[in-house]
Design a protein around this ligand. Structure first.
Ligand code: HEM
Length: 512
């Protein structure tokens, strides 16, 4: 009934898939639910073929409909002509000029995060964190070893506040008051907690719901769908009021992503047939909040963990940041932050080793062949350098497997080594995948917010490293594993019931 899916769930995301790939090569056939066959794809030529021809390999209709329950009718779930139109409206709001304008906002929220963590360190009545960190706290404080903080919890609130302000000039107040903040912050938190706690039955229903025989009967009345619909409605109520106010004022100031999208959409030069409906504009907003918040916060979290477990890399990175950024009262500027070479290598290396979006699903619109860079052996024992796929065949494009393949990245592929980016293997440079790793995928449906994400990520990381040292907790106390909850989030082994978290020890940096 469940095919190979339980096997995949037993281990951290990507582990089983990597085993299969090592054994069988860049395209592996396995069983999904109710006898369906899925192809796990990690061959670079095959990935590029599918991603660059994205309109011939759409996202499965069922998956899009299930995602639309959570995200509305935004660019992430649109297909074909609709997607082209939406992407045209959304693209300009993420160009370099626009991201440059948001960089002061990233700096301001990074400072607020540093202040909150600093208060926590000095024990000024900040709220309790998570049961795990609270339990660990006493022992470490007594021995003057530092303070334990759940970095996932703090980065997640910060990136939520950033997206609230940059997307629609709205103060989500997540850092200040967390789940007691605005209705939007509270409902997003509730929905994400729910995703993390899905029962086996709810998971099965989510899978089943993706089959097209549910078209017209979605969303099913599950408690998860109810919380997703509530979240979407909460965002739409607030954003809808804002759109009405801007229309009443008859001036569209392009100060945030929403007004940038509105300005493109209302441009008199755009024919009516090329414009987005009000529902679609609102859908962009829910999409941006979800796509732009969890991804960046989990990347920051995995990076802090990688740096905590590699202190020499942490020190080298901090030294680069300190040398360049003398006065912490100055803001880090857009052009400057991207010139920091070691920071860039550390960023690429974390996105390679810990891509937040673990995989993405596609299906061919018609029968055809997918080319391979390396031949694979077929069931009958013969070798082939192309794979025949039929219309509707589920394809799982595995970001995490491609990013970690030893035959592509080298024998040390599972190690965190930022300097590998100084001299990448030919298999990577000739893969055709822009930027080398696949964390933002490629082609017409690549991550529209990648420059925004990289700038926000680097600014927040630089502020944190300038002020704090991050250290891991002893492995016998805290052993980190991961779980896919839309994005790949960390958990503590043995404390899975406490949800996702990343407890690390912190100490303020003593300025020389
Ligand atoms: C480190 C941070 C991020 C990573 C790794 C990431 C990764 C991705 C990936 C892999 C996709 C393709 C998903 C798919 O097709 O299944 C995607 C799409 C998208 N991302 Fe990001 N993302 C990040 C941050 C952001 C941010 C900050 C924003 C906006 C503020 C954003 C907005 C979007 C949107 C709108 C799409 C849909 C694009 C389309 O289908 O045309 N992302 N992202």
């Amino acid at each position: 009934m469940m095919g190979n899916l339980p096997e995949l769930q037993e281990q951290d995301p990507g582990v089983k898939q990597m085993e299969w790939t090592d054994k069988y090569g860049g395209v592996v056939s396995y069983r999904g639910m109710i006898g369906t066959r899925r192809l796990l794809v990690s061959d670079p030529k095959a990935l590029q073929h599918v991603l660059m021809n994205s309109y011939n390999f759409p996202k499965p209709a069922g998956l899009r409909a299930a995602l639309a329950n959570i995200l509305g009718e935004g660019v992430l779930t649109a297909e074909g002509h609709k997607h082209k139109i939406q992407r045209k409206m959304v693209n300009p709001t993420f160009n370099n000029a626009s991201v440059r304008q948001f960089t002061p906002v990233f700096n301001r929220h990074a400072r607020a995060l540093v202040k909150a963590v600093d208060e926590l360190y000095h024990n000024k009545d900040h709220e309790a964190l998570s049961p795990a960190t609270d339990r660990l706290q006493g022992a470490f404080r007594k021995r003057n070893l530092g303070t334990v903080i759940d970095v996932l919890h703090w980065t997640s609130r910060t990136t939520l506040d950033v997206i609230g302000e940059t997307a629609f000039s709205y103060d989500l107040a997540a850092l200040k008051s967390g789940e007691n903040g605005t209705a939007i912050a509270a409902s997003f938190n509730k929905m994400m907690t729910h995703v993390g706690e899905l029962t086996i039955k709810e998971r099965a229903l989510l899978h089943i719901e993706q089959f097209s025989f549910f078209d017209g009967h979605r969303p099913l009345k599950t408690s998860f769908n109810k919380s997703a619909i509530d979240t979407q409605k909460t965002v739409e109520d607030v954003a809808g009021r804002m759109i009405d106010e801007q229309k009443k004022a008859q001036v569209v100031e392009e100060s945030d992503l929403l007004s940038g999208i509105l300005a493109c959409n209302e441009d008199p030069k755009v024919p009516a047939s090329q414009r987005m409906s009000r529902r679609e504009v609102l859908g962009q907003l829910t999409t941006l909040i979800l796509a732009g918040h969890e991804t960046t916060s989990t990347s920051l979290t995995w990076t802090l963990w990688a740096l905590a477990t590699h202190p020499e890399i942490q020190t080298r990175l901090r030294d680069e940041i300190k040398d360049f950024w003398c006065d912490v009262d100055d803001d880090l500027l857009f052009d400057e932050i991207h010139e920091l070479e070691y920071l860039d290598r550390v960023t690429s290396e974390t996105l390679r080793l810990h891509p937040p979006v673990h995989s993405t699903n596609r299906e061919p619109a018609k029968d055809g062949y997918i080319p391979l860079s390396k031949p694979i052996r077929q069931a009958d024992g013969t070798l082939t350098d192309r794979v025949l796929v039929s219309k509707g065949q589920p394809l799982i494009l595995s970001v995490v497997v491609y990013n970690r393949r030893k035959d592509i990245w080298g024998e040390d592929a599972m190690e965190f080594k930022p300097d590998r980016w100084l001299n990448l293997p030919e298999a990577v440079t000739k893969s055709g995948i822009p930027g080398g790793h696949l964390a933002f995928i490629s082609g017409p449906r690549n991550c529209v917010g990648s420059k925004f994400a990289l700038t926000e990520f680097k600014v927040i990381l630089a502020h944190l490293l300038r002020r704090f040292e991050f250290m891991p907790l002893p492995e016998d106390l805290v052993d980190i594993s991961s779980k896919q909850i839309i994005v790949t989030r960390p958990r503590v082994k043995g404390l899975e019931s406490e949800g996702t978290q990343m407890p690390l020890l912190i100490k303020p940096i003593k300025e020389a």
